[in-house]
Write a protein of this length. Sequence first.
Length: 95
Amino acid sequence: MARVPAGSYLTICDGTHAAGDAAVQQAQEEYADTGAVAYLNKHQHEIASLFEGLEWVEPGFVSVPLWRPDVPEGVTALPSQPQPIDLYGGMARKA
């Protein structure tokens, strides 16, 4: 962010590591065994740390489906409220 001017925004979302979720860990290991490019989910605090020194845009750092759960006027609502998933993100502004 040192190279961008004040008033710039940073938006990041990424998969998170579900602590203690053995099924997720096994799926990641099986995927890595295929020879594909390995990808490791991060802990929420690792992703949130990328926003250090920036001003959060509401609602801050949350599970992505909860970023803007309100349905805009004229849009057909989903059958249920969005539920949190292991994908977190946020938007913040450089002062």
